[in-house]
Design a protein around this ligand. Structure first.
Ligand code: BDR
Ligand code: CA
Length: 315
């Protein structure tokens, strides 16, 4: 079954792979951009580039929020570069940006496509604003599958993962909205890593799209190797976490995951813990009714195979 999905994203190298997977396994109703990995002008252009790469010219691409609700503006240019998509030669996307307002688009699309999933792989600003605009959409959608947070460590701070830290207020509103949520946190997404072999596999498939994506991985994995302090040929063995595709796979291939229902709240004021996803893991509390399903493990080998195969099938 091909699920109807709306992808809310801030491309971002790993966002592009999530869009590609969704193009293979879902019916994409729209792509909304949000500020995050780069300024909104760049993440929007990058969303259009991704739409071109995966033959999504009929899918509306809509520009979303320029600023977060609660104001942590840091574009992590180390990981994704100034453009948000550094590595391959920069392309000028073809196809027009849809000129609708992203919040109106999200509300309208959720209203008219009951049972759709929102795949949220950037800061949650647009989603929070859409829920503010019409709370009833949380009951119209199947849920929100998101990349964000962590049960353990953060990446931007010791406590917080980037997408949640960038807009903790928005995340708090979304987690408390009454929507069904699948949460792919860092402790999960760190299990899905790619290295030089993955880039080589994509290059070998030898389509325009696979070559471009191989070059994206060269850049992204190169940064992970640099962070790990590994140089020379050994650096190609360093794994870089491909976070965002997990949020698509959680819907399309749930059998790859283990998960647990937990109550999760967002730290919106902490001095050291701003943007932390605080999960209640007390074993004596009953969380079986929680709307939040925290994904805990992924069969990474299978998942990578599915991603590589999707490039071959699209050939
Ligand atoms: C998340 O932050 C972004 O840099 C990635 O695209 C991913 O969505 C990982 O913390
Ligand atoms: Ca992202």
């Amino acid at each position: 079954m091909r699920h109807n999905v709306i992808i809310d994203c801030d491309p971002g190298h790993d966002d592009v792979f999530a869009i590609g997977l969704a193009a293979s396994f879902c019916n994409i109703l729209g792509i909304t951009s949000v500020v995050g990995n780069s300024i909104i002008e760049n993440t929007t252009t990058n969303a259009l580039i991704a739409a071109n790469l995966f033959d999504l010219q009929d899918v509306p691409v809509v520009m979303g929020a320029k600023y977060p609700l609660s104001g942590n503006i840091d574009h992590v240019t180390q990981a994704h570069g100034e453009s948000g998509l550094d590595g391959p030669i920069r392309r000028t996307p073809y196809g027009r940006l849809d000129d609708r307002d992203a919040v109106d688009f999200l509300v309208e699309t959720c209203r008219t496509n009951e049972g759709a999933w929102i795949v949220a792989i950037g800061p949650l600003t647009n989603i929070a604003l859409a829920i503010r605009a019409d709370r009833t959409i949380v009951n119209k959608i199947s849920g929100i599958s998101l990349m964000g947070g962590s049960l353990t460590h953060g990446n931007v701070t010791a406590a917080a993962e980037y997408n949640i830290w960038f807009d903790p207020q928005a995340a708090s509103e979304v987690f408390g909205s009454g929507a069904r949520i699948k949460m792919c946190g860092l402790d999960l997404t760190d299990q899905l890593t790619v290295n030089g072999k993955f880039a080589a596999d994509l290059m070998e498939i030898s389509t325009d799209t696979s070559r471009f994506c191989s070059e994206l991985i060269d850049y992204y994995q190169g940064y992970a190797a640099k962070m790990a302090g590994v140089t020379g040929p050994e650096s190609l063995l360093v794994g870089a976490p491909l976070h965002d595709p997990c949020a698509v796979l959680a819907i399309t291939h749930p059998e790859l995951f283990t998960s647990e229902r937990m109550d999760v709240i967002i730290e919106t004021t902490g001095i050291h813990t701003l943007g932390m996803t605080l999960a209640d893991t007390r074993p004596w509390e009953n969380h079986s009714e929680s709307l939040i399903e925290v994904m805990k493990s992924i069969n990474a080998k299978e998942a990578l195979q599915i991603i590589v195969n999707s490039f071959k099938v699209a050939k």
